[in-house]
Design a binder for this molecule. Structure first.
Ligand code: NAD
Ligand code: ISD
Length: 410
């Protein structure tokens, strides 16, 4: 979702304030369809909630629903006790109920002591403006070299997009393998080999220390810790995010880098709710452990839950969310459910170009997480169920032998 505040007056008035200039949109499109060389996705095609196959919420839609959409407006302070927000234009807005959906910001290299990342050919990717800068940089870089800093979601999805746009890519990240927060070494190996065949070079276990620039201030190479120089016509940086909590620091309880909420998505102030990337909420399936999940599915579901809790508190049970992550790159597509803790077993074909392989994570004799590349809707549904049910595993070698069939027959 776009960076927004939602202000709800229970009498029926609803106002959304966002510093972005356009109506809320589906952020995942920015690192996928938006970067395609042919027929790229453009607004209004991916306003919320196209990903959920819901109606397309354009400015016209908000108007028709009587929702006031205040765009291009930055909230500069909040007073939770007085129930007011102050905007950059000096307007004070009062609320009865506030939903914080401020999302997160991309971490800057400067926060790691590296300067100069504001160059015209260095791109981050979090919002529409960033995506436009990236598209422009790609269009003047065909046949050239890009360095991608970071081996997470942004790094992997952007590297795939760059290669598809005929740009040679070197990925640089400190871990032993890509997607270090989620993938096992074996899973990462598959994607790294696939990317290598597409022309991507991996420089792992190191970080950059500085940039070399020309007289116009454009980056010409990336200098690594070991002194090596990587030639670069453009750079993409995806080194993680920080939740946008600053307006509420000292006013609301925080946890896990986000705003702590209960199972109703309600913060430590009963008139204030938080949803999406900024919310740290209890996961029933993990015995109430508080997690802040950076993913669009969690953003959609926690938003719906907060609205239900506000409108029908007595009928709304505590949120019971099954953590879910996915990515699509080239013709590959994977999904993951649950938590990647415990012992891992892998199954399936890790060799094909149209692969179908996966992994289960097992802790205390129960399935805690499940990953699958190349599945269909029924496969993913079956995997989500074994994770949700914490299905017992009596025999690990048998689980490995059965692989996906274990989930399907359950
Ligand atoms: P990430 O946390 O997925 O990955 C960060 C990567 O940067 C890691 O590989 C990390 O080791 C590396 N890194 C950290 N410091 C570094 C440094 N100094 N030099 C080099 N590498 C460094 O974060 P991201 O890729 O920036 O993505 C940001 C957010 O965007 C994610 O949290 C995710 O929610 C979202 N996103 C999700 C999807 C998806 O779900 N398919 C796609 C795109 C973006
Ligand atoms: O799936 C995604 C994606 O591509 C994002 O940018 O989730 C994130 C957001 O962090 C969810 O709001």
């Amino acid at each position: 979702m776009g960076r927004a505040f939602v202000y709800v007056v229970l009498g029926g008035e609803l106002c959304i304030i966002s510093e972005e200039a356009v109506a809320p949109y589906e952020r995942p499109a920015l690192s996928k369809g938006y970067l395609l060389p042919e027929d790229p996705s453009r607004l209004p095609k991916f306003h919320t909630c196209v990903g959920a196959n819901d109606e397309l919420l354009t400015t016209k839609w908000y108007k028709e629903q009587g929702i006031e959409l205040v765009l291009g407006t930055r909230v500069i302070s909040a007073d939770v006790r007085r129930k007011t927000l102050l905007t950059a234009t000096g307007e004070t807005i009062s609320y009865k109920t506030l939903i914080i959906a401020t999302g997160a910001r991309a971490l800057k290299l400067e926060e790691f002591g590296i300067s100069g990342s504001d160059a015209a050919n260095i791109c981050y990717l979090r919002n529409l403006e960033d995506a436009d800068k990236l598209v422009n940089a790609m269009s003047s870089c065909s046949g050239g070299n890009a360095v991608v800093i970071g081996g997470g979601y942004i790094g992997m999805e952007c590297a795939a997009a760059l290669v598809t746009n005929k740009i040679k890519v070197t990925m640089v990240f400190p871990e032993k393998h890509c997607m270090g927060r989620l993938f096992t070494e074996k899973i990462a190996d598959y994607y790294e080999s696939y990317y290598t065949l597409k022309g991507v070079t991996f420089t792992k276990g190191t970080v950059l220390t500085s940039f070399e620039k020309d007289s116009t201030g454009k980056v010409t190479s990336v200098i690594l810790r070991d002194g090596n120089h990587l030639p670069a016509d453009m750079v993409v940086v995806g080194i993680g995010i920080r939740a946008n909590t600053s307006l509420f620091e000292g006013q609301l309880l925080m946890e896990k880098g986000g705003i702590k909420v209960n199972g109703q998505m309600q913060t430590s102030d009963s008139s204030v709710y938080a949803v999406g990337d900024v919310a740290a909420f209890p996961i029933k399936l993990f015995d109430g452990d508080i997690r802040r999940l950076e993913h669009v599915d969690s953003a959609r579901r926690t938003a719906r839950h907060a609205v239900a809790a506000i409108l029908e508190p007595s009928k709304t049970r505590d949120v019971d969310y099954l953590p879910f992550f996915y990515s699509r790159v080239f013709t590959l597509s994977w999904q993951f459910y649950g938590d990647n803790v415990g012992e891992v077993i892998h199954y399936g074909d890790f060799t094909s170009n149209s692969p179908r392989f996966g992994a289960y994570w097992v802790s205390k004799g129960q399935i805690t997480g499940a990953f699958l590349e190349g599945g269909n809707r029924d496969d993913y549904e079956a995997l989500s169920m074994v994770v949700r049910r914490k299905t017992k595993v009596l025999d690990m070698p048998e689980l490995e032998r059965q692989g996906l069939a274990f989930a399907i027959q359950e």
